[in-house]
Design a protein around this ligand. Sequence first.
Ligand SMILES: O=C(O)[C@@H](O)C(=O)COP(=O)(O)O
Ligand SMILES: [Zn+2]
Length: 213
Amino acid sequence: MTSILSEETRLRDEIAEVGKSLFDRCFTFGSTGNISARLSNGELLMTPTNASMGSLDPARLSKFTAEGVHVGGDKPTKEAFLHQCMYCARGNSGAVVHLHSTHAVAVSILEGLDPDDVLPPLTAYYVMRVGRLPMAPYFPPGDAALAEAVRERAEHSHAVLLANHGPVVAGKTLKEAQYAMEELEETAKLFLMLRGERLRPLTPEQVDALRQT
Ligand SMILES: O=C(O)[C@@H](O)C(=O)COP(=O)(O)O
Ligand SMILES: [Zn+2]
């Protein structure tokens, strides 16, 4: 009991800290984005709806039972079901982050990209942190159909881009999800900077070698 309580306190503080760090560095704006983390007993902590990532109150985070019932804190993010679908598809995940990071959102609006993997393997670090980035078709924020479309894709990738919206990433820990999200955003920025240039992305052999490490 004591250790679950201290785990919860630590995770509450970490969600607020990561939210502030992402917000302060302009990875998301206004009250966009949401973060969740899973306790070892299966309970979930989530950011409330309409909350700014820059000023989260650890004590007011929404809390869900392992069965998905909202039992405490403020009214949860409208993407609660999307977060639950990510945990469902990726059993070993401990955290999920969704942001409206500008360059990833820009990529989510481009026509003609491969919806099974929208960004090329530009660098080794991208391959190691993100890997593949499938795109889910557009549905309004909070729509159950959006969560379902993400769940299908999350079975094969821990990062998914929501069309005309933004990225969602799961990680074993919140730090892992945060770092993958930051790498995704920086790679989206590089991709946009390099559009129109002749590219030399990693070869399939180079990508395979990184996936085996
Ligand atoms: O884009 C949206 O409206 C949501 O996906 C979002 O980012 C913020 O919604 P809340 O977490 O309900 O504030
Ligand atoms: Zn959103």
